[in-house]
Design a protein around this ligand. Structure first.
Ligand SMILES: Cc1cc2nc3c(=O)[nH]c(=O)nc-3n(C[C@H](O)[C@H](O)[C@H](O)COP(=O)(O)OP(=O)(O)OC[C@H]3O[C@@H](n4cnc5c(N)ncnc54)[C@H](O)[C@@H]3O)c2cc1C
Length: 381
């Protein structure tokens, strides 16, 4: 008896009906993997497409995120301009907005509860970043207008007193951004994929891959699965499978119970995007603080970090909801993929192997189009 037969847990029936050699296998059922699968099926319906997913649900970032449909705050762009050319920075703004519009058309605003009650960047009292941002606001607006057709940023300090926030002195409104219900968005994409004949197998972790002259074999937690071509869409977990520099970046989040007379709605970020909060109906979702403990947060383990969660509690009660009674209903974490600049890796790695990984904190906006780009690359070659 050969070794590979002993380690294979598939039955004959499973091998024939569920994991028979596929034309394409996608590893990871996040927003990127699902969109890549949909694009392959829409271009070449005759191809068999299987998605292998390690978790019981997509288990990286796509079902854990904050649901900001955003294309860039002024301080984020200012920071990007320090490392990248102006062309590159504003091209990314355009790409993010186009990606959001694509997602809205694909899923439908109603199906993912897309709303645009207002999006703002807040600046803390005495915060250093604001002066540079204010100085360059006209420039940022003019450059954005060249690529996206409108000037998104306007000073809106009165939102701070209106919403009873404490410890902030400046606010900039970002027109054109919105918020989604992340769970509903992903449920809609999973349903769409199933309806197109894409087989999604959960609880199967891909451990390694081997390429031969006539196929690609994946060793998984359940045994071997074979295909013609494979796309790795595992984002923050990518370096476990392929030779790409993608660091896992954990993010901490909490959500409150419903609050009577919640004084605000909309999406907000502050401290150069390290913190973000929004309303979810009458609840508040609040996340961030990775900069408090970078070392511990560079991990793909979903565990709460008490240092960061305590700080989230403090900021929430002192600055965001200073006059409200609230209780935290739930806390969770998600894993992003970061490293170097903000451009994702969408590449052909070998004859039969491709990747679309490292989405950073922009996956709601560029996840769909990243999946599409990767699928087109795979189909072309
Ligand atoms: C807390 C948090 C808040 C965020 N907020 C926002 C936001 O408001 N707006 C925004 O635009 N972006 C946000 N992001 C980022 C966004 O969620 C991600 O960029 C996006 O979801 C990445 O999608 P993906 O498909 O590339 O990766 P993922 O969704 O991480 O999918 C990768 C999948 O691969 C699976 N996998 C990994 N290894 C294996 C393996 N070996 N075998 C099989 N399967 C495997 C994982 O289980 C996972 O389901 C946030 C992220 C987090 C964590």
């Amino acid at each position: 008896m050969s070794k590979s037969k002993i380690s294979n847990m598939w039955s004959f029936w499973e091998r024939e009906s569920f994991v028979k050699k596929a034309d394409v296998i996608i590893v990871g059922s996040g927003i990127v993997g699902l969109n890549a699968a949909l694009e392959i099926k829409s271009n070449s319906p005759e191809l068999s497409v299987i998605i292998l997913e390690a978790g019981p649900l997509p288990s990286g970032a796509s079902t854990k995120n904050a649901g900001f449909a955003c294309f860039g705050s002024p301080s984020e762009l200012m920071m990007d301009l320090e490392h990248s050319s102006s062309e590159k920075v504003f091209a990314l703004v355009e790409k993010r907005l186009k990606g959001l519009n694509y997602l809205r058309n694909l899923v439908g605003d109603k199906n993912m509860n897309y709303l645009s009650p207002g999006s703002y960047e807040l600046f803390m009292d005495g915060g250093e970043g604001y002066v540079a941002v204010e100085e360059h606001l006209n420039f940022l607006n003019d450059e954005c207008a060249k690529t996206i057709g409108f000037k998104p940023y306007e000073l809106k300090n009165d939102i701070i007193s209106k919403n009873a926030f404490q410890g902030f002195s400046k606010a900039i409104k970002i027109n054109g951004e919105g918020q989604i219900n992340t769970g509903e968005m992903m449920k809609a994409l999973l349903d769409l994929a199933s309806s197109k004949g894409i087989r999604i197998l959960n609880g199967i972790k891909v451990l390694s891959h081997q390429i031969t002259s006539n196929e690609l074999a994946l060793q998984t937690s359940h045994g071997e699965v074979r295909c013609e071509k494979c796309l790795i869409a595992t984002n923050g977990f990518a370096s476990e499978l392929i030779d790409k520099t993608v660091e896992p970046a954990r993010a901490q989040v909490l959500i409150t119970e419903e609050i009577d007379n919640l004084p605000f709605e909309g999406t907000y970020h502050f401290d150069s995007g390290y913190y973000y909060f929004r309303n979810v109906g009458r609840r508040v979702l609040f996340g961030g603080g990775r900069n408090l403990d970078f070392d511990k947060e560079t991990t793909s383990k979903n565990e709460l970090n008490p240092i960061i969660q305590d700080e989230l509690d403090n900021i929430l009660s002192e600055r965001i909801l200073p006059n409200c009674k609230f209780e935290v209903a739930h806390r969770w974490t998600g894993i992003m993929g970061v490293g170097g600049d903000k451009t994702p890796y969408i590449e052909k790695l070998d004859d039969r192997l491709y990747c679309a990984v490292k989405l950073g904190g922009m996956g709601v906006a560029i996840g769909s189009t990243t999946g599409i780009e990767a699928a087109q690359l795979l189909l072309r070659s």
